[in-house]
Ligand binder design. Sequence first.
Ligand code: GCB
Length: 588
Amino acid sequence: MLKYRLSLFLFTFLIIQSSAQLRDRISLSGEWQFFKGDTETSSQVEHVTVPHSWNAQDGTTADYYRGKGTYRYNFDLPKNTKKKRVFLRFEAVSQEADVFLNGQYLGNHKGAFNAFCFEITPYLKKKDNELIVKANNILNPDIAPLSGDFTIFGGIYRPVSLLILPQTCITPLDYASSGIYIKQTEIQDHKATIDITTKIDGDISGNKKLRLRTSVFDPTGKLVTTSENEEIRASENTVAIDQRIYLDNPILWNGKAAPNQYRFFCELLQGKKVIDTLSVYTGLRYFKVDPQKGFFLNGKSYQIRGVNRHQDRPGKGWAISEKDHQEDMQLIKEIGANGVRLAHYPHSDYFYSLCDKEGLLVWAEIPFIGNGTESTAFEENLKQQLTELIRQNFNHPSIFCWSLFNELVKGNPEKLVAELNDLAHKEDPTRLTVAAANIEGRPENKITDIMAFNTYPGWYWAEPETMGPSIDWKKDEKRGVCISEYGAGASIKHHQQRMKKAPKCEGDFHPEEWQAIVHEGNYKEIDKRDFVWGSFVWNMFDFASGGRKEGDTYGMNDKGLVTYDRKTPKDAFYFYKANWSEKPVLHI
Ligand code: GCB
């Protein structure tokens, strides 16, 4: 036993040693120069801290800045780059970026919410490398979203880093993903079949005596299996290696806090030498939607009681910190939610990881909202954003579905939605496709695996109790139904007790008490119906909505259960806290 422990210790030690030498990540977050527009006049240049949203201050005004912004950052070549390759990775730039290094054009990226990556090895100098990012958040018919009530903050609003990798490596260039995809082909209580694809890039064509070894550690840290493949023979310099592993009695990720995650440790070997290593984590679980009985996680009934979330904060826009993410998560956990819809676009990798750790089920989505253009460029952009969303977030166990649209109201998007649906299945056959509609009977509502509706009884129309009939109409015999949004606006400064009727929702009076009445009425109807596989409150937090004119703060959507600054939970927050607890106050 002691011998086993000692060898495990040495093995782990060697792994840590070798990964430290083989790969490195250097953060380029910090002070950058910035000016609005794309032509510099020195008086305009500001020193800003990246991650940065350039309209963090005016994002709640109707005419917030949508246009161009230019960033500059100078850096010396880090010491540890000898015989290495260097990549530049942006976690997100809103919403279009053209990137230049030392005058060399690296490329363009369209879409505000996903990561992108370039190799920069040939263009680097020892000293004073100049990185220029020309960004643009103007409404562009070729880039989704084209509508939505939320403010489109601009800028380099998520971290930027240099990745220093071996010459032949697990590639960061496959849609800026980790390069490793853990596909949960079949998970049962006693057995798991897992297919791992690892993408490699470098000097590999012909026979370079390369092999891939993947070791799997269970959530307690115990090595459970190792798979090693034949020597890689490739005709090109990128290759995808498939490995299949079987596990007996897997420890399942079960939607509880600190849930179980396996570590997949991939080593690339040349002969006997380890030339690259990378660890990725995932939890093993299985789920289904039963059209009559709702959502099941690992074979047990698990109705999703969720909230929606946007990613902005006052004074920061979308450039929020890890601490901000943690605070959001704490509040979401405090009310007892077990799911979250990350609306209406891909959120940060850090937040998906928090959901993995806290055991929240995640609805992930692309920003196809309202309508699109007929342009091929727009369609291609949506497909690119969907591919990025899936590849970059493939290993998060919390994500159970890929959502393809929100409230399409115009045009004829059926063919496009069908193509997006096929693409999602091709990229990931293990998760469900879903969408959120607000108009029944539209043909594109029939395409996804499961379906959901946004509905606001008690706010935009009728009384809160009419949620019941509204759900019954929407029920689909094959797909059950989910309420992907419901809620009401509320100002913590407006109060009126014992209201029987809704205030005029689009007017200026948004009493906090009425929001609580709407939630109570809606919730009772949802909770009675087992076939409702999930429901998501709109919204967990107030958010910037530059174009809105209602409530007491123009430029805001005040349907949050908590104020924009996260300081004041509203009455409805406490309604959920009392009823999403182990011992609900209401007996339905
Ligand atoms: C919706 C939209 C959401 C809006 C919400 C509202 O149905 O999907 O983006 O913010 O209504 O508050 O009107």
